[in-house]
Design a protein around this ligand. Structure first.
Ligand code: CO
Length: 134
């Protein structure tokens, strides 16, 4: 069902410091910070030859990553995103296995303007999983 790893998202308490580390220490190509008000985050995209890393920093009062940072003050891996061809078919197949889809179960338009869903971390080895239809 799942295809390529689309991105790994890392929540960070200091976006400039994390960006500098990827750019200056790891030698990666990093984007300028991009505000995503609909998603409550500011994102820096790090392009790697085979996938992307996204540094997430809270934006606004009710950022969905604030709780994660409260529990993980130094930051950490927030979710991984796998590509699927058909998100509705993937969702229905997963639900049949008992996997929990977060929210109302309907795909939302994600930060890349494509439909996404999130799966409960307790069902996937303690990792929040995002599915993105590509
Ligand atoms: Co994501």
């Amino acid at each position: 069902m799942i295809g390529r790893l689309n991105h790994v998202a890392i929540a960070v308490p200091d976006l400039e410091a994390a960006t500098a580390k990827y750019r200056d220490v790891l030698g990666a190509t990093v984007s300028a910070p991009q505000d995503e008000p609909d998603h409550g985050v500011t994102v820096v995209f790090i392009e790697l030859p085979n996938t992307k890393v996204e540094l997430l920093y809270p934006l606004g009062e009710k950022s969905p990553i604030q709780g994660f940072l409260d529990k993980n003050p130094q930051g950490g891996i927030h979710h991984v995103c796998y590509e699927v061809d058909d998100i509705i078919a993937a969702r229905d197949q997963l639900k049949e296995t008992g996997a929990r889809v977060l929210g109302d179960g309907e795909p939302k338009i994600g930060a890349h303007k494509k439909p996404v869903l999130f799966l409960h971390p307790k069902d996937f080895a303690g990792t929040l999983v995002e599915l993105e239809q590509v």
